[in-house]
Design a protein around this ligand. Structure first.
Ligand SMILES: [Mn+2]
Length: 190
């Protein structure tokens, strides 16, 4: 089983994450931000990752950003470092196009497997019409995905269109989960 757990405490946040890449989507998410809980649970379920996230802090922006950082570090720990070639048994690439009612999201990932050099890059082609959805700021969605990509050593491309911001974001997290489920799968060869 490829698992990892990390705890990180700063003056702003306290984050604890447990991850099993070869899971079934079971998750236990408590971040004090309801919509962020919904995002992470959606990601875990559709990525078939077993995920425990306990996060608290002073501001929702800090919690979301720091949870992205620690989630990225946890993926890196479970997968091994890209620049050392430790991911070369994975499929490496993954992509998904996921609809949710009137919304549609696309996600493509490169986790830097064979001969990987640890490319951390985010392309986020999403426009939000509203500044807030439920109890988060829509600008924090990019912050979360970028923090995650930088610290996991992933290249992540995301685009989405739709009318309903909740649906758009949910489709993005489903697409990210499905793309990463594909990319992190073991290929069975070196
Ligand atoms: Mn929903």
């Amino acid at each position: 089983m490829r698992t990892a757990h990390l705890n990180r405490k700063t003056e702003e946040t306290t984050i604890g994450i447990e991850l099993n890449l070869d899971g079934d989507g079971t998750n236990e998410i408590e971040t004090t931000i309801k919509f962020f809980d919904h995002m992470l649970a959606t990601f875990a379920r559709h990525g078939s990752f077993n995920l425990v996230v306990k996060a608290e802090g002073d501001l929702s922006h800090h919690i979301i950003e720091d949870a992205g950082i620690v989630l990225g570090e946890t993926f890196k720990k479970a997968l091994g470092k890209a620049e050392l070639g430790e991911r070369e048994t994975t499929v490496r690439f993954g992509s998904a196009i996921i609809p949710m009612d009137e919304s549609i999201a696309q996600c493509a990932v490169d986790i830097g497997g064979i001969g990987g050099v640890g490319r951390s890059y985010t392309v986020f082609d999403v426009n939000f019409d509203k500044e807030r959805v439920e109890d988060i700021s829509t600008e924090d969605i990019y912050h979360f995905i970028n923090s995650f990509a930088m610290h996991a050593q992933f290249t992540i491309h995301v685009s989405a269109n739709g009318e309903n911001e909740h649906h758009k974001i949910e489709a993005i997290l489903k697409a990210l989960g499905v793309a990463l489920k594909m990319a992190t799968r073991l290929e069975g060869r070196r």
